[in-house]
Design a protein around this ligand. Structure first.
Ligand code: ADP
Length: 502
């Protein structure tokens, strides 16, 4: 408005300046009244002019405002600074400002709506997908859970119905699972044991035996003391449970009541021992009689008679050694074998063995070599039993070593000097790899024997192992087919009557 007045006044001044020389030149002819009229007309004309200019300017600003809105809409964006500038430019008219503001606001609203719709759609899609994925994962998890639950139920049912006792402990020794058979065998209640140490609050000796047994791998027999009816033997086999990283997470123990089996085994051993004992005397008597006849004391023998009697003697010898072996083994298994310990020179023991086997080795052309450490101290052993061990091992070596082979007998003190290490090496046929783990078993013979070879009982090494064990030692074998075999056994240097009877 102020601009309009300014323009009107400037136009009036210009008109006045332009009419002034005309008025001055005709001053004389023009009266004072007409001068005033001219002035007034000039002012009115100026005002009209000013108003026209103002109107034109307003129209211009409106057109500019519309153009700006269209431009912004065309670009699809609104620059806040631009809008501010444009609004400033429109400050001349409140009405126009309001109009422009409304246009911008509606445009903004439109834009915001548009953006909102896009964002909303994007979010709906995104969250829809997410929800879909989550529901699929939840369904999968549910399926897996159900499957695992079913498997768990199945496993529990199997474990429950297994006739053997099953006890599972974690790595802290706390009971995780115990089936009804185990409850019965251990005479305890699952509820009292689950989550607790197996040995906790155990009054019974049996639980301590179980705890001791569960720390071992392989099968262990546990004798549970009690009266005639409650006394039993449990055979426990334990296995370590490992997670996927190989960490021990617990142990599973399977318990079997082998009381009856043990009783039967004992009865069988007892029967064998009785029978063999009863056979021993008649066999001895027959052997002696045959020996007398073969010597010719009872009269001269024809060739066929001597042949048949020699054959009978050989078979009788075999029978006699079988009877002796069975008797020895029964005694060893029943822990009734008693050692007669005495300080002995191992060189003397070895010499006795050599003398016993001398004829056989010479007949077969085998070289028996000694490799004995000098100045070996005396050792507390049952010399007759160690001679038996050496004869069992060396007679096998002679049997399985071809003519001209060598058998080396070694004896030396261990580094700690607490053991005597004895070795018997031969250059014989060797033992097939697959037979090595079983040759110490009862009545076990390897497949390296010649077809039709019926010699031996398969008890020699079993007895040797038991006797070495009684002397506080261990026996082992190394063999390569076609190259030879080495048996090594140890004997404790500190053996006493008490330690040998354990
Ligand atoms: P056996 O009465 O048959 O000799 P053992 O228990 O003494 O019974 O030996 C078991 C088996 O081990 C033998 O039958 C034989 O097959 C094998 N064996 C033992 N020692 C040797 C050896 N030095 N060389 C080859 N095989 C052997």
């Amino acid at each position: 408005m102020r601009k309009t007045i300014k323009i009107s006044l400037s136009v009036a001044s210009l008109l006045l300046l332009s009419v002034h020389p005309v008025l001055a030149a005709n001053a004389d002819n023009i009266t004072g009244l007409s001068t005033q009229v001219v002035f007034i007309i000039t002012i009115i004309v100026s005002i009209i002019f000013g108003l026209i200019l103002t109107r034109v300017a307003a129209e211009n600003r409106q057109a500019k405002g519309r153009m700006f809105a269209t431009k912004a809409k065309g670009r699809g964006e609104l620059d806040p600074n631009e809008v501010l500038q444009e609004l400033k430019g429109l400050s001349g008219s409140a009405k126009n400002q309001k109009k422009a503001a409304m246009a911008i606001s509606s445009l903004l609203e439109e834009k915001v709506d548009e953006k909102m719709t896009i964002v909303k759609q994007e979010l709906t899609d995104k969250y829809g997908k997410l929800v879909e994925e989550k529901s699929k994962a939840a369904a999968d998890a549910q399926k897996k859970f159900k499957k695992t639950l079913n498997e768990k139920k199945q496993t529990e049912a199997i474990v429950r119905s297994v006739a053997a006792g099953v006890v599972v402990v974690n790595n802290k020794g706390e009971v995780l699972l115990m089936n009804p058979a185990a409850e019965k065998l251990l005479d305890t209640k699952k509820e009292d044991k689950v989550g607790r140490q197996l040995t906790e609050d155990a009054k019974e000796e049996q639980l301590f035996s179980i705890a001791k047994a569960t720390s071992l791998d392989g099968a262990t027999d546990i004798e549970i003391d009690g009266d005639e009816n409650t006394k039993k033997t449990l055979r426990s086999s334990s296995a370590v449970i490992e997670d996927e990283n190989g960490q021990t997470v617990g142990m599973v123990t399977v318990l079997n009541d082998v009381t009856k089996q043990k009783e039967l085994d004992e009865m069988k051993s007892q029967f064998l021992s009785n029978v063999t004992h009863e056979l021993r005397n008649p066999i001895g008597a027959i052997k002696q009689s045959i020996a007398v006849i073969l010597e010719g004391t009872a009269g001269e023998l024809s060739e066929p008679q001597e042949k048949f009697l020699s054959n009978a003697k050989r078979n009788l010898d075999r029978l006699s050694s079988l009877v002796d072996d069975i008797l020895d083994l029964s005694k060893l298994e029943a822990k009734k074998m008693e050692l007669t310990l005495k300080p002995s020179s191992i060189a003397t023991v070895i010499n006795e063995v050599r003398v016993t086997l001398d004829t056989w080795t010479k007949n077969k052309g085998i070289h028996l070599v000694k490799n004995i450490q000098e100045d070996l101290p005396e050792i507390n052993i049952d010399p007759n039993r160690i001679i038996q061990v050496l004869i069992n091992i060396i007679s096998n070596a002679i049997k399985f070593t071809p003519i001209d082979g060598t058998i080396t007998l070694g004896a030396e003190l261990s580094d700690k000097k607490n053991e005597l290490i004895m070795t018997v090496s031969d250059t014989g046929v060797g033992i097939p790899k697959e037979d090595l783990p079983k040759i110490f078993g009862k009545f076990q013979q390897a497949k390296n024997r010649a077809a039709g070879d019926k010699s031996g009982t398969g008890l020699g090494l079993t007895i040797a192992q038991e006797l070495v064990g009684l002397h506080g030692g261990e026996i082992s074998v190394e063999s390569k087919e076609g190259q030879g075999t080495t048996f090594t056994f140890t004997l404790s240097m500190n053996l006493t009557e008490e330690s040998s009877s354990k």
